[in-house]
Design a binder for this molecule. Structure first.
Ligand code: FAD
Ligand code: FES
Length: 336
């Protein structure tokens, strides 16, 4: 059974199939709604239900409080319609913000590269059967074969490469997608299924101010896509990339970024190690940023990685007077 869902302020409607979330139905119909994690943990996809009934499904009380439910708020990425709906996004959508939007689609492809590039990190490259348009910073949801599990992985390649997607995957001990599949049985030549693009992290349009980009571990993936796209299209006057790891074994793509820094005088690259003394920057990546910038007023930032690092980075940037609306973040939250 399908239900008609109308997004009031956008004057657009979608027909939502049974079992599909409101967000997924909208994105497949090329109706852009704010969202980030698509797994019910970030809360950026909240919608106000103006009329009709929803099933909140897996929405947790942490992301959607009982009071919010009472007042008609729902998580777009979790809720499914139980009747025809009229709703509006809680976060405002500006259809004229100049950001290109790409409809969500199912994709298939073949694994062409699977390399160990750092401690517990693999580079996975997938050749797509059909190209996928996306913005730098977005991600896909890859299905784990033989299960009903899907996990999110960010593209590390720039959007100019629509047919060959690069991913950086960190092994999670006991993790279904990583330990149980990508680091166990997955091999070059294997077919993979996923959907994308998803997410609203990134720098798809030009900005006037210099940007600081802070990555923890495989949080480097979307920042690599952003850096390559921004340098190719002159999107920011200066880019300062910081990559944090514990020891040298955690760093990867060092030569790639060093070469990029030599080619582009407006791009700086600082790998930082928190548990090893070496010739480069030593300490937590956010402490290195604090030491390098006495003021972040008038700058913007893009942070990606484990939630603890992202939180610490946001605090550090605010201490240095960066405007909160200039801080863009993506947290690699897991499903637990
Ligand atoms: P899971 O099976 O999900 O396990 C994760 C952890 O939870 C483990 O410690 C496990 O032991 C524990 N756990 C599992 N189930 C339970 C339970 N029921 N109760 C308690 N604990 C439990 N990662 C990358 O490496 N690269 C990326 O580019 C990337 N991009 C991302 C983009 C987004 C927007 C998001 C949200 C996440 C991204 N991630 C990325 C993280 C990735 O999606 C997975 O969460 C991660 O790879 C772990 O998946 P898994 O299936 O191996 O682990
Ligand atoms: Fe829905 Fe994060 S909670 S996108």
């Amino acid at each position: 059974m399908t239900h008609e869902v109308r997004i009031d302020p956008l004057d657009r409607s979608t027909t939502c199939p049974a079992g599909q979330s409101i967000l997924e139905s909208c994105l497949r119909d090329d109706i852009w709604l704010p969202h980030s994690c698509t797994q019910g943990t970030c809360g950026s996809c909240k919608v106000k239900v103006l009329s009709g009934e929803v099933d909140h499904r897996e929405s947790s009380e942490y992301t959607l409080t009982p009071e919010e439910r009472e007042s008609g708020i729902a998580l777009g990425c979790q809720a499914t319609p139980m009747s025809g709906l009229v709703l509006e996004p809680v976060e405002q959508v500006d259809p004229d913000d100049g950001v290109p939007r790409h409809p969500l689609r199912d994709h298939t492809g073949t694994v062409v590269v699977l390399d160990d590039i750092a401690r517990d990190v693999r580079r996975l490259v997938v050749e797509l059967d059909e190209p996928m348009a996306f913005n730098p910073g977005q991600y896909t949801e890859i299905r784990v074969p033989g299960t009903d599990v899907a996990r999110q992985y960010s593209m590390a390649n720039p959007p100019s490469e629509t047919s060959r997607l690069e991913f950086h995957v960190r092994r999670t001990p006991g993790g279904i997608a990583t330990d149980g599949w990508m680091f166990a049985s997955l091999a070059v030549g294997e077919r993979v299924e996923f959907k994308g693009p998803l997410g609203d992290f990134g720098m798809p349009v030009a900005q006037e101010e210099p940007a600081i980009l802070i990555a923890g571990g495989t949080g480097l993936a979307p920042l690599k896509s952003i850096v390559r796209h921004a340098l190719a299209h002159d999107l920011a006057p200066e880019l300062h990339l910081y990559h944090g790891g514990r020891s040298r074994q955690d760093l990867y793509d060092v030569e790639f970024f060093e070469d990029l820094a030599r080619e582009h005088p407006n791009f700086g690259y600082r790998p930082c190690l928190s548990e090893e003394d070496w010739e480069g920057a030593t300490g937590l990546v956010t402490d290195v940023v604090l030491a390098d910038f006495q003021s972040c007023r008038g700058l913007s930032a893009y942070l990606c990685g484990p939630p603890g690092m992202v939180e610490a980075g946001v605090k550090a940037l605010k201490r240095r007077r960066m405007a909160p609306r200039k801080i863009h973040r993506e947290e690699f939250l897991d499903a637990s």
